[in-house]
Design a protein around this ligand. Structure first.
Ligand SMILES: [Fe+2]
Ligand SMILES: [Fe+2]
Length: 212
């Protein structure tokens, strides 16, 4: 395979599983379903609002990393994963008109940026540990959301989209853990603390984003 194909994350057989390329992405090429909000239970709309908020935060995390100006590997990871998260966000924006979204977008955008910038400024292994933990939590968030929607509003196109995005989040967690490497001893308690804060903030953000 030629070097250009590797760097773009493509091969003759399809996308290469490369942590720095952000590939493969199951959501690539998936079309957003047209949703009938009159028939949708309010709790399903709240779930989609929370996920739109979460994808906004994901894009901003990588904006924060790029702004931190650290380590080339982190920036390469951030740029490629940001492209995948932008696609997730684009899909949610296509489904949810502005008046159905959270009204606290400024807060989510600022919080996401800080969640990327701060660990990136401390150390690459701290950054990758935080991303691995948050993406693993996002995977469980989508699993719970998919189960709820399958029960309460089983739109096959919506479920297909959410399953594809969930698969991407699991891939992102795996990518981050693979790049964590063998962290210096001093970074481990810092990483544990920031992982707990980032996952706790994600959990709180989703709970609030459903309602406001
Ligand atoms: Fe995402
Ligand atoms: Fe992700």
């Amino acid at each position: 395979m030629d070097a250009n194909a590797v760097s773009s994350g493509l091969s003759m057989a399809g996308p290469v599983d490369d942590p720095l390329s952000g590939q493969p992405s199951a959501a690539e090429g998936v079309r957003p379903p047209r949703l009938d909000f009159d028939r949708m239970p309010a709790r399903v709309l709240r779930e989609l609002r929370a996920s739109h908020m979460g994808e906004t935060v994901a894009v901003r995390i990588y904006d924060g990393v790029v702004a931190s100006g650290r380590d080339g590997r982190m920036t390469a990871f951030a740029r490629s994963h940001r492209a995948v998260e932008r696609n997730h966000l684009r899909l949610f924006e296509a489904m949810l008109p502005p008046d159905r979204r959270s009204r606290l977008m400024g807060l989510w955008r600022a919080g996401g940026w800080l969640m990327g910038w701060l660990p990136a400024r401390i150390h690459a292994s701290v950054f990758f540990a935080v991303i691995g933990a948050v993406e693993a939590w996002v995977d469980t968030h989508y699993a719970r959301q998919i189960a709820l929607i399958r029960r309460d509003h089983p739109d096959p196109d919506l479920l297909r989209l959410l399953e594809a995005i969930r698969a991407d989040e699991a891939t992102h967690s795996d990518h981050a853990h693979r790049l964590e490497g063998d962290p210096p001893a001093w970074t481990r308690p810092v990483a544990r603390l920031l992982c707990a804060i980032a996952v706790g903030a994600s959990r709180l953000g989703v709970a609030v984003g459903k309602w406001v």
